[in-house]
Design a binder for this molecule. Structure first.
Ligand SMILES: [Zn+2]
Ligand SMILES: [Zn+2]
Length: 238
C-alpha cells in the first residue's frame, strides 16, 4: 500500500496534517476544533477513531486546539518531545526550532516511501534545522508573511510585529525561499508553503516569491503548492 499525505489545513488560524502508511495513521498537529478535524478527515474518508498517534510541534492554540478533544477522548497517544521514535513503520526524527513556545519542534518523518519534513513556526533558519530537513522528499515549510505587508498592517500592534519578525517569531516569504535554496536537492520533489498569515500575506505572493527562487536556482523538478487555511490540499500519494 502507498504512503498517503494530506495537509488538512494550514495557516495562522489552524494547522493539521494527516499521514498514512501501511502500519500507522497519524496527525501532525491538531489545530482545529475536534469537529473540524473530523469533518476534514471525512473529506478523505478517514475517521479520528483510527489514528495511531498525534504528533505536536508546540503548544500554541493554532496547533493544539483540538488535541485534548480528540486524543483524550479517543485515547490516542500524543508525542511532543524531542526524542527520535518509531511508530510502526514510521521513524520520527524530532529537532528544535527557534520559536517563542515551550520546546517547539520540527519533524522529519521517515516513511517506507520517502521522507516528509515539517518546519513551521520559526523565527529564523538555523544550521541544525537545515541539516535535519535536507533528506526531505516532501517539505512543508512556513512562508508566513510578506515583510512589507506585515510592517504596514494597521491591525497589528508594534510589539506584535516585533514578535513575528523576531528571531523566535515566524518565517517570511523571502526567508522561506532562501531556506529552500539552501537545502535544494534532486530528491526534494514536493514543497508545500504553509502557515501563511491571513492578513500579512497572499497565497499568490508567497507562491511567486518561492517560484522565482526555484527557477533562479534551476530547481524546476520541485512541485510547488500552497497549503490553504480553509480546505484540505489534494492527497499526495508517495
Ligand atoms: Zn506558534
Ligand atoms: Zn502556528
Amino acid at each position: 500500500m502507498a504512503v498517503k499525505f494530506t495537509i488538512l489545513g494550514s495557516g495562522s488560524g489552524g494547522n493539521c496534517a494527516y499521514l498514512e502508511t501501511d502500519e500507522t495513521r497519524i496527525l501532525v498537529d491538531a489545530g482545529f476544533s475536534p469537529r473540524q478535524i473530523r469533518q476534514r478527515l471525512a473529506t478523505i474518508s478517514r475517521v479520528p477513531e483510527n489514528l495511531t498517534a498525534i504528533l505536536v510541534t508546540h503548544e500554541h492554540s493554532d496547533h493544539v486546539q483540538g488535541l485534548i478533544g480528540i486524543a483524550a477522548k479517543l485515547n490516542i497517544p500524543i508525542y511532543c518531545n524531542r526524542a527520535t521514535k518509531e511508530i510502526g513503520d514510521l521513524l520520527v526524527d524530532t529537532f528544535a526550532i527557534p520559536h517563542d513556545a515551550q520546546d517547539p519542534v520540527g519533524y522529519l518523518l521517515r516513511t517506507p516511501a520517502g521522507n516528509i519534513a515539517f518546519v513551521t513556526d520559526l523565527g529564523h533558519m538555523t544550521k541544525l534545522v537545515l541539516e535535519r530537513i535536507r533528506p526531505a522528499n516532501v517539505l512543508v515549510l512556513e512562508s508566513n508573511h510578506d515583510v512589507k505587508m506585515l510592517q504596514d498592517c494597521p491591525r497589528r500592534s508594534w510589539s506584535l510585529k516585533q514578535r513575528i519578525l523576531g528571531r523566535h517569531g515566524h518565517l517570511s516569504n523571502e526567508a522561506a525561499a532562501e531556506a529552500a535554496a539552501q537545502i535544494m536537492s534532486a530528491e526534494l520533489r514536493h514543497l508545500y508553503l504553509a502557515h501563511l498569515s491571513r492578513e500579512c500575506n497572499k497565497p499568490e505572493l508567497a507562491h511567486y516569491v518561492m517560484n522565482e527562487r526555484l527557477h533562479q536556482i534551476g530547481a524546476t523538478h520541485v512541485r510547488l503548492q500552497t497549503a490553504a487555511q480553509d480546505v484540505p490540499c489534494a492527497t499526495l500519494v508517495l
